[in-house]
Write a protein that binds this ligand. Structure first.
Ligand code: IFM
Length: 452
C-alpha cells in the first residue's frame, strides 16, 4: 500500500513571490509593495515588482506544471489585485487574471487550490489598522465571499490563511517582515485573535457564496517534533512538545495556540495561563466563529526538533550533533518530521491532512552544461517523502503534498538570494530551466511515489 490513487501531488507558490506586475491593470498596493521600498529591509533592496513575471508568463508556467505531471497547484490571490482598496470596488482586470489562470490549469488537468491570504495585506487596509482593526473580520470575509462567488464554479479547494505564525510573528512581533513593526505584546495577541476570527468568517463566506460543494481548510506552519527513539515515553514527549505553547517572546510560533481554537474550539489552557496578562477579551461567540467547521487541515512542514522524555518527566529537546545537515537557508534536515508531524496532528485534530508546503533552498546555479544540478534537493525530497509514505502506510489520512516551490521566487526578506524552486528562474532573462529535481519529481508523480 502506498499513496492513494488520487493523491494530490502538487507544488505551491504565492502571489507576491512570483507574480510581479506590481502596479499593473489597476492593482492596489499591499504591505510588501511598500515595505520592499524601505531601505535596508530586504536583501540588496530586492522587490517583488517583477519577481518571476508570472502575471505575464502564467501560460508558460502552467505548461511546465503540465509537463511535470502536477495533479494540483496551490497559489494565492493577491488581495489588492482584485480589491485595490482591500474592500469595495472590484478590479475586474485582476479577477480576469485569476480566471485565465484557473482555466489554463483546468485545461492542463491540474486542480487549482486557492489560498486567500499568503501575506498580501492591502496597504489601504493596513492604514486602517490592518489586522489590529476588528473590522478586518468583515473585510476578509467579504473578500472571501468575492473569491468564492467568482471562482468556486471551477475551484473546489480553498485555504484561508497561510502561516499566521509568520505573518503575525515576523511582521508585527520581531519586525523582519512587512510591515516591519515591533508591536506591544498585547497588540499582537489582539491581532492573532482577529486573524482567527477572520479565518472563521472567511470559511462562512466561502461556503455561503459557493457555486458547488467546496472544501475549506487552513495552512499554518510550525516546527514539528519527533521522538528520539520509538519508546512510548519519547513518543509522548514529542507529542507534548509539539503542542506546547511557546515562551511569551516567541508566542506566535506555537502550533496549538492557532490550531486548537480552529479545530477544537478553544485556546490551549497552558497558553491561557501563560499569556493571561496580554490576552484580549475572548468570548464564546468568538470561539464559535473561529471553530467554524473545516474539511481538512493543511500544514507547512520544513523541519522538526528531536525530543525525548527527560528524567524529570518533562520533554527534553535533544541537541543536534555538530555538523548536522542543513539547507542553504540554514534549516536542519529532519525527514522524520514528515512522519511524526502528520501523525500527531491527525491524532489531535482528526481531519484529513494536506502537506501544504515542504522543500528547501539550495545554492543552485547553471552549470557549464547549461543544466541545473541539485542533488541535495533530490536527496532531501526522497528522504522526506519516504517518511510521508510511511505515515500513509501507517494509516494517516494524507490527501496531498505541495512541494515548495514550483519555481525560484522572492524569498521575502532574503530577496532572490534563496532558491526554493524545482524550476530555476534566471531573473535576468526570466528563462525557466528545469532543475534535476524537477525531472525527479515528474518521475515520482508518474509512479505515484511507488519507488520511494
Ligand atoms: O517562501 C516561504 C513561503 O512564503 C512561506 N513558507 C515558507 C517558505 C520558505 O521560507
Amino acid at each position: 500500500m502506498g499513496f492513494q490513487k488520487d493523491f494530490a501531488w502538487g507544488a505551491a507558490t504565492s502571489a507576491y513571490q512570483i507574480e510581479g506586475a506590481a502596479e499593473e491593470d489597476g492593482k492596489g498596493r499591499n504591505i510588501w509593495d511598500v515595505y520592499t521600498r524601505e531601505p535596508g529591509k530586504v536583501y540588496e533592496g530586492h522587490t517583488g515588482d517583477i519577481a518571476c513575471d508570472h502575471y505575464h508568463r502564467f501560460r508558460e508556467d502552467v505548461a511546465i506544471m503540465k509537463e511535470m505531471g502536477l495533479k494540483a497547484y496551490r497559489f494565492s490571490i493577491n488581495w489588492a489585485r482584485v480589491l485595490p482598496e482591500g474592500k469595495g470596488k472590484v478590479n475586474e482586470a485582476g479577477i480576469a487574471f485569476y480566471d485565465q489562470l484557473i482555466d489554463a490549469l483546468l485545461e492542463a488537468g491540474i486542480e487549482p487550490y486557492i489560498t486567500l491570504y499568503h501575506w498580501e495585506l492591502p496597504y489601504a487596509l493596513y492604514l486602517k489598522g490592518g489586522w489590529m482593526n476588528e473590522k478586518i473580520v468583515d473585510w476578509f470575509g467579504a473578500y472571501a465571499g468575492l473569491i468564492s462567488e467568482r471562482f468556486s464554479d471551477r475551484v473546489t479547494h480553498f485555504f484561508t490563511l497561510n502561516e499566521p505564525q509568520c505573518f503575525v510573528g515576523l511582521g508585527f512581533l520581531t519586525g523582519g517582515h512587512a510591515p516591519g513593526l515591533r508591536a506591544p505584546l498585547r497588540d499582537t495577541f489582539q491581532m492573532g485573535h482577529n486573524v482567527l476570527k477572520a479565518h472563521g468568517r472567511a470559511v462562512q463566506m466561502l461556503r455561503l457564496h459557493a457555486k458547488q460543494p467546496i472544501e475549506v481548510g487552513i495552512a499554518p506552519t510550525g516546527t514539528m517534533c519527533y521522538p528520539a527513539t520509538d519508546a512510548p515515553q519519547d513518543i509522548d514527549a514529542a507529542r507534548q512538545q509539539l503542542f506546547a505553547v511557546e515562551e511569551l517572546e516567541n508566542w506566535t510560533w506555537g502550533v496549538s495556540w492557532w490550531s486548537d481554537p480552529v479545530l477544537l474550539g478553544h485556546y490551549p489552557e497552558e497558553g491561557l495561563r501563560k499569556y493571561e496578562a496580554y490576552l484580549p477579551r475572548i468570548t464564546q461567540e468568538d470561539l464559535k466563529l473561529i471553530s467554524e467547521p473545516i474539511d481538512f487541515y493543511g500544514q507547512n512542514i520544513y523541519n522538526g526538533k528531536c525530543v525525548r522524555m527527560g528524567g524529570d518527566g518533562k520533554p527534553e529537546i535533544v541537541k543536534r550533533y555538530e555538523g548536522f545537515p542543513k539547507t542553504a537557508i540554514q534549516w536542519p534536515v529532519t525527514p522524520e518530521c514528515l512522519y511524526w508531524g502528520p501523525r500527531f496532528l491527525q491524532e489531535r485534530y482528526q481531519k484529513p491532512i494536506y502537506i501544504t508546503e515542504n522543500g528547501l533552498s539550495c545554492q543552485d546555479s547553471i552549470s557549464l552544461d547549461g543544466k541545473v544540478h541539485d542533488p541535495a534537493r533530490i536527496d532531501f525530497l526522497a528522504r522526506y517523502l519516504r517518511e510521508l509514505k510511511r505515515a500513509v502506510e501507517d494509516g494517516v489520512d494524507i490527501r496531498g503534498y505541495f512541494q515548495w516551490s514550483l519555481m525560484d521566487n522572492f524569498e521575502w526578506a532574503c530577496g532572490y538570494s534563496e532558491r526554493f524552486g524545482l524550476i530555476f528562474v534566471d531573473y535576468q532573462t526570466q528563462k525557466r530551466i528545469w532543475k534535476d529535481s524537477a525531472y525527479w519529481y515528474r518521475d515520482l508523480i508518474r509512479e505515484n511515489g511507488d519507488g520511494l
